[in-house]
Design a protein around this ligand. Structure first.
Ligand code: ATP
Length: 459
C-alpha cells in the first residue's frame, strides 16, 4: 500500500531530512521547499536515472543546459507573453484566491463551456466559505525581473516558465554541431518558474521547480508514430523504477482543451493521495515553436536531409516531466507502514514500522555499515568497509542503538542493504548483508562485497 495521506509523507520528509519548508526559520515563504541531506541525494538519483534512460543509453538524444534568463523575444515568439495565463477569481467574503478552471472542473464544467455561456461562473461559489466570487481576471504566470541597473520596460526579462524554449532556440546550434540525423532529441533538466495562483500539495505544485524535458525532432508525417513511442516510454520508465502500474494511467486531452501549439497531448497521471493528477505530459508540438522562432529571429530553423535532399521544418514530440513531482511520486509509492513491526519479537517492542521501498537506483543511501559493538576491532573493520564502499556509493556508518533500531532507521529512509560487522568478522573476514525488502541475510566475504553490491544495486 502506498501512502494514503500527504501528512505522513510530509512528516517523514521533515523528520528524516528529505525536505524542509523553504526559509524555515523565517516561517517559510509561499510554497518553497528545500531539499535536505537525503532529499538532495534522492533528487540527484532521479535526475540521473532520467538522464541515463533519456540521453546516456540512447544514440538519438543529446543533452543541453541552457540559461534560465532568455531573450524576451523568446516569450513573444512562443506565445507565453500573450497566452501563458491562468484564470483567477477571489472570494469576496473570505478573500481566498482560486483558479476558475479548477473550480469549474470540480463542478463538471469547463472554461470552454464558459465561453458559450458566460453566466456559468455565477453558479460557482467559494469552496471554502460559500461566498460570492469576483469576475475572472487573466493572470500571466511568468516571473518578471530586470536585466542591468535600470528597472524599465526595455530591460524587462523573465524567468523561464519551461525549459523547452531553451532547446528550441538552440536547435540550429545542435543541428550544426552534433552530427545527428533526424529523428533526434535534445534533452535538458533545469529550474522553471511559474507564479502559480494556487501552489500546494507539498512539492506537487510550487512556484520554483525543476523540469526534465526532451524535444524529439522528427519528419512531419512520422510524428504520430513517434508520439505513441514516447507515450509508452513514460509509463515504462516509472514502472521500471518500481512504481505500481495500477497507480499510473493515461489521460488524453480533449481536442478543444489543447494548448495553442499542440496537435495531441496525453498526460501520464499518478494516483496521488488526493486523486489522479498529471505527472508527465507528452505533447505533439508540431512545427509551431521552430516556425515561430524562425519568424521572430529571422534565422533558418529548417532541416535538410542529406540523403534525400529534402528540406523541411521538423515536427516535435515533447515528453515533459517535473523532477519534484517525480520525487514526490517515488516517496508516496515506496512508502509502507507495517503495523506491529516486522523485525521485533517481544510484544513490548512492537510499533508501526515504516519501510521506504525505493528502487535501489534512486535510494539515497545504498548501504549502511553497522558494527555490533562500539569497540575495536569491530569499529575499525566497519569504518574501513564504509570507506571502501564510499568510493562508489553513498553509504552510512552507524554504531548507535540496538541493531534492530538501526535496521529500522535505514528501512525508513529506503536503504536497500545493511551490512553487519559481528564478532566472527575479525576471524572469518565475512559480514552479514541484510536485504531491506525480504529481510533475508547472507554471509558475504569482505573482499567480495563491492562486486556483490554492484550486482544487487545495478548502479
Ligand atoms: P498543470 O496542469 O499541473 O499546471 P501543466 O500541464 O501546466 O501542469 P506542463 O507545462 O506540461 O505542465 O509541464 C510539464 C511538467 O512539469 C508537468 O507534467 C509537471 O510534472 C511539471 N510541472 C508543471 N508545473 C509545475 C509546478 N508548478 N510545480 C511542479 N511541477 C510542475
Amino acid at each position: 500500500m502506498p501512502a494514503d495521506n500527504m501528512e505522513k509523507i510530509v512528516a517523514l520528509a521533515k523528520r528524516r531530512g528529505f525536505l524542509f519548508p523553504g526559509s524555515d526559520i523565517y516561517g517559510g515563504i509561499g510554497s518553497t521547499y528545500d531539499y535536505g541531506p537525503l532529499g538532495v541525494l534522492l533528487k540527484n538519483n532521479v535526475r540521473q536515472a532520467w538522464w541515463r534512460a533519456m540521453v546516456q543509453s540512447r544514440e538519438d538524444v543529446v543533452g543541453l543546459d541552457a540559461a534560465i534568463i532568455m531573450h524576451p523575444k523568446t516569450w513573444e515568439a512562443s506565445g507565453h507573453l500573450a497566452g501563458f495565463t491562468d484564470p483567477l477569481v477571489d472570494c469576496k467574503k473570505c478573500k481566498k484566491r482560486f483558479r476558475a478552471d479548477h473550480l469549474l472542473e470540480s463542478k463538471g464544467l469547463s472554461m470552454k463551456g464558459l465561453k458559450e455561456k458566460p453566466t456559468l461562473m455565477s453558479e460557482v461559489k467559494c469552496p471554502e466559505c460559500g461566498g460570492e466570487l469576483t469576475d475572472i481576471r487573466m493572470f500571466n504566470l511568468m516571473f518578471k525581473t530586470f536585466m542591468g541597473p535600470l528597472e524599465d520596460a526595455a530591460n524587462t526579462v523573465y524567468l523561464r516558465p519551461e525549459t523547452a524554449q531553451g532547446i528550441f532556440v538552440n536547435f540550429a546550434n545542435v543541428r550544426d554541431t552534433a552530427r545527428k540525423r533526424l529523428p533526434f532529441g535534445i534533452a535538458q533538466c533545469g529550474k522553471s518558474f511559474r507564479n502559480e495562483i494556487t501552489p500546494g500539495n507539498f512539492i506537487f505544485r510550487t512556484r520554483e521547480f525543476e523540469q526534465m524535458e526532451m524535444e524529439y525532432f522528427c519528419k512531419p508525417g512520422t510524428d504520430e508514430e513517434t508520439f505513441e513511442y514516447w507515450k509508452g516510454f513514460m509509463m515504462d520508465w516509472f514502472a521500471g523504477l518500481g512504481v505500481r502500474r495500477d497507480s499510473l494511467r493515461y489521460y488524453e486531452h480533449p481536442k478543444e482543451d489543447l494548448s495553442h501549439y499542440s496537435k495531441r497531448t496525453v498526460d501520464l497521471e499518478y494516483k496521488f493521495p488526493w486523486g489522479w493528477a498529471e505527472l508527465w505530459g507528452c505533447a505533439n508540438r508540431t512545427d509551431f515553436d521552430l516556425k515561430q522562432h524562425a519568424k521572430f529571429s529571422g534565422q533558418d530553423l529548417s532541416y535538410r536531409d542529406d540523403l534525400t535532399n529534402e528540406r523541411y521544418v521538423p515536427y516535435v514530440v515533447e515528453p515533459a516531466l517535473g523532477l519534484d513531482r517525480a520525487v514526490l511520486t517515488f516517496l508516496i509509492d515506496a512508502y509502507e507502514e507495517i503495523d506491529g513491526g516486522r523485525s521485533t519479537t517481544t510484544e513490548s517492542n512492537k510499533e508501526v514500522e515504516t519501510v521506504l521501498r525505493l528502487h535501489p537506483a534512486i535510494a539515497p543511501i545504498k548501504a549502511a555499515v553497522l558494527p555490533l559493538s562500539k569497540k575495536e576491532p569491530l569499529t575499525g573493520i566497519a569504518k574501513e568497509i564504509r570507506a571502501k564502499l564510499a568510493e562508489r556509493w553513498m553509504v552510512q556508518y552507524d554504531e548507535v542503538a540496538s541493531v534492530g533500531r538501526r535496521y529500522r532507521r535505514q528501512d525508513e529512509i529506503g536503504t536497500p542493504f545493511c551490512i553487519t560487522v559481528d564478532f566472527d568478522t575479525p576471524n572469518d573476514k565475512k559480514v552479514t548483508v541484510r536485504d531491506r525488502d525480504t529481510m533475508s541475510q547472507e554471509r558475504v566475504a569482505i573482499d567480495e562485497l563491492v562486486g556483490y553490491l554492484a550486482l544487487k544495486l545495478g548502479v
